[in-house]
Design a protein around this ligand. Structure first.
Ligand SMILES: Cc1ncc(C[n+]2csc(CCOP(=O)(O)OP(=O)(O)O)c2C)c(N)n1
Ligand SMILES: [Mg+2]
Length: 326
């Protein structure tokens, strides 16, 4: 698609810096997992542009709901990296005091209502959150990220129906990375696309190049504008790719070809944005290197912070687990 939005330089640089930070964070997370310090790591490397382009339009009081693969959603929504890395390692200084781990990170103050290990369960929650904003009379929006596999859950259809009839301020963002574990979309998705399912609920939909952050920004911006203006939900199918296996132990990747991996890695979102910044002279090579260095330093600091932090006291086992209502 042709990009028509003019994006100010600060926003362009923010998006680049955010994608590089996510990439470095995920590389570090993988090292931590390989060292046995965390289990069940689902890497988002390759998919950074999707939440970055959308979250560039969100405020702290807008809401995001994530999946089992959600580090990139959390970082794009502005969560603290030290606390996130500590959370991954189960430390008491973690975002959720080490009790959520990699798949259940939540930070209410930043509007991150939670990564979620149950595939598809976050989708109706996002409709409910949109309904809450509507009832409270705010212009907040809710954004739910989910995979191509989750798009085959009934929860998506129930949520789209409600969002459609009530014109909820909810964005359905499907990260179609072509696989649910080892199952390819060609096998599991009936119909021409995932996006076209939204038309059954009178929800406008668009297929986006999820490896192009500028396109994600443009499409996300229009969807957020519609939601805030009371025009209802939008469905975005972002076509993307996870460079690593489904999770740490998914290796070798016998269900996909080298040719396919090369194709997607050749369209890498970070590299394309870097090229865009230098071609348009938004940043010099030195300035780009400076951003890269800063991203690495921030992640290294997060790893140190997590390592140096204590595990929760055993007496903390049952605190913050249940909420009692007055
Ligand atoms: C309800 C439910 N069914 C099955 C699983 C096991 N499971 C975890 S991730 C996954 C695949 C999800 O694929 P997709 O939605 O495409 O997300 P991706 O892993 O590609 O990001 C499955 C089947 C689960 N966690 N929850
Ligand atoms: Mg998938």
């Amino acid at each position: 698609m042709t990009i028509t939005t003019s994006i100010d330089n600060d926003k362009l640089l923010w998006m680049y810096q955010m994608m590089v930070t996510i990439r470095r964070f995920e590389e570090q997370s993988k090292r931590e997992a390989d060292a046995g310090k965390l289990r069940g790591m689902h890497s988002s490397v390759g998919q950074e542009a999707v939440p970055v382009g959308v979250c560039a339009h969100l405020r702290d009081d807008d809401y995001v709901l994530g999946t089992h693969r959600s580090h990139h959603h959390c970082i794009a929504k502005g969560l603290d990296l030290n606390a996130m890395m500590a959370e991954l390692l189960g430390k008491s200084t973690g975002t959720n005091k080490g009790k959520g781990g990699t798949m259940h990170i939540a930070d209410i103050n930043k509007g991150m209502l939670g990564a979620n290990g149950v595939v598809g369960s976050n989708i109706p929650v996002a409709a409910g959150v949109g309904l809450s904003a509507r009832i409270r009379g705010t212009d907040q929006v809710s954004v739910v990220f989910f995979g191509d596999g989750a798009a085959n859950q009934g929860t998506l259809h129930e949520a789209m129906n409600l969002a459609g009839i009530w014109k909820l301020p909810t964005l359905f963002v499907c990260e179609n990375n072509r696989y649910a574990e080892s199952t390819p979309v060609e096998y599991s998705v009936s119909g021409e696309s995932i996006a076209e399912r939204a038309s059954g609920y009178n929800i406008p939909s668009v297929i986006a190049d999820g490896q192009n952050v500028l396109e994600m920004y443009e499409i996300g911006g229009e969807a957020v504008r519609r939601a805030r203006a009371g025009e209802g939900p939008t469905f975005i199918e972002a076509q993307t790719y996870r460079y690593n296996g489904h999770f740490g132990a998914d290796n070798p990747l016998t269900y996909r070809t080298q040719e396919e991996e090369d194709y997607y890695e050749g369209r890498d979102c970070v590299e394309r944005m870097k090229a865009h910044l230098s071609q348009t002279k938004v940043a010099t090579e030195d300035e780009i290197n400076e951003i890269d260095k800063k991203a690495l330093a921030t992640v290294e600091e997060a790893a140190r912070f997590a390592d140096d932090s204590p595990f929760p006291d055993p007496e903390e086992l049952t605190t913050d687990v249940y909420i009692s209502y007055p």
